[in-house]
Design a protein around this ligand. Structure first.
Ligand SMILES: C[S@@+](CC[C@H](N)C(=O)[O-])C[C@H]1O[C@@H](n2cnc3c(N)ncnc32)[C@H](O)[C@@H]1O
Length: 366
């Protein structure tokens, strides 16, 4: 194989079984840069020292995700032995494992339902959680939008939940794998779908959307200050230059930000546009609104919910829903102020920097 060629990405769950020995992928230079070449990170359990070293530098291991604000979430959710929990965004399973540990402590018959729309990562998270010793009586994972949480619980015959968590947005596994199209650093198809078997890739959405709708998506999804100008410029540019690849769009955006824009400002623009596209193609706000509306019907009396958000649009929806729930006495507690990651966590895991945590408690039975 030539140095520039890539081998298929190793399975990040491979550490849970005994994997066959594979030759390490060849890569140019002294350090693997491409996702599929980071074989030590992708098989972290076989290379624990390297994994520790990478994490100590504030990096997230390729193919992995570091759960955010774990102590704060455990404190507000207070999962107790024997309780029923739902992780509405299973991701890598880090939060789910912590919740499972609490609800099954001392052999208690607690259980957790984990939902995720991502058909690539969800089976890997499930395998990881099974390997940690949680069988089907304790842990059930379902490929579903969290908007369908109430229906999934009903189908399982589970009578509501004491604890519900949603850690919104995108996982590090999704961001880091260029073939998913979320990366602004590495080239890949401009896709950005959490479930690539549903809906349309961002490239098709961008090719077909009208200028007005694009402007609104840039405002709603990213508070883009020059949304109107940018929507107009994209609509003009796409006539001669369809945006099919992540780096094609990213470099066009950097150019559009102008010769005097700082690198940070240009990167900020690229990040905001990708975020707005992601929110649009995954229809994230309507899923979140449905989930928030149905949440009280799922929470048992005194049940607790915690939501981690990563931008103002998400946070606004959660804040409004909890405020309305307080007003109508569906919730008896929902603090107005958000919790933020500690300075130490932000340093150790820069991806936590924009996180905001809100929580609420379902009122007791009348
Ligand atoms: C930030 S990650 C969660 C990480 C997880 N808490 C952990 O500890 O590994 C967000 C996850 O939510 C999933 N997701 C996004 N929108 C969703 C939706 N509407 N319904 C279900 N899952 C969704 C994504 O596929 C992704 O895996």
């Amino acid at each position: 194989m030539n140095a520039g060629e890539s081998s298929p990405p190793p399975d990040p769950t491979a550490g849970s079984q005994t994997p066959p020995r594979r030759r390490r992928p060849r890569y140019p230079g002294t350090h693997p840069r491409r996702f599929e070449h980071k074989y030590k990170e992708l098989r972290a359990s076989e290379f624990p020292d390297d994994a520790r070293h990478i994490e100590s530098r504030g990096k997230t291991l390729a193919g992995s995700h570091r759960p955010i604000m774990v102590p704060e979430i455990l404190q507000v959710l207070a999962p107790a032995p024997g309780e029923t929990a739902v992780d509405a965004t299973l991701g890598h399973g880090g939060h789910a494992l912590e919740l499972l540990r609490a609800v099954t402590a001392g052999g208690a018959p607690g259980r957790l339902l984990g939902l995720d729309v991502d058909p690539i990562e969800r089976p890997r998270a499930e395998a990881r959680i099974r390997a940690a010793g949680h069988d089907e009586t304790r842990f059930v994972s379902v490929g579903s939008n969290h908007a369908g949480m109430a229906a999934v619980l009903a189908r399982l015959g589970w009578d509501g939940a004491d604890v519900v968590l949603a850690d919104l947005g995108v996982s590090s596994m999704q961001i880091d794998d260029p073939s998913r199209g979320f990366s602004i650093k590495f080239d890949g198809p401009l896709d950005l779908r959490m479930n690539p078997t549903r809906g349309v890739p961002a490239a098709d959405w961008l090719a077909g959307v009208n200028e007005r709708r694009l402007e609104q998506a840039l405002i709603d999804g990213a508070d883009e200050p020059r949304a109107g100008d940018l929507a107009r410029a994209i609509a003009a540019a796409r006539v001669s230059r369809p945006f099919r690849r992540t780096l094609e769009l990213a470099s066009w955006l950097r150019e559009w930000s102008g010769p005097h824009a700082s690198r940070d400002a240009a990167d900020g623009l690229v990040r905001r546009v990708f975020q707005a596209l992601r929110i649009a193609v995954n229809d994230e706000y309507s899923s979140l609104a449905t989930w928030l509306r149905l949440l009280p019907s799922v929470l048992r009396p005194n049940g607790r919910v915690a939501v981690l958000t990563f931008h103002s649009g998400e946070d606004r929806l959660v804040k409004q829903a909890f405020k309305e729930g307080l007003r109508t006495r569906v919730y008896d507690e929902a603090p107005d102020e958000v919790l933020r990651p500690s300075a130490e966590e932000r340093r150790a895991n820069p991806r936590s920097a924009s996180a905001k945590l809100r929580w609420a408690r379902r009122a007791p039975a009348p």
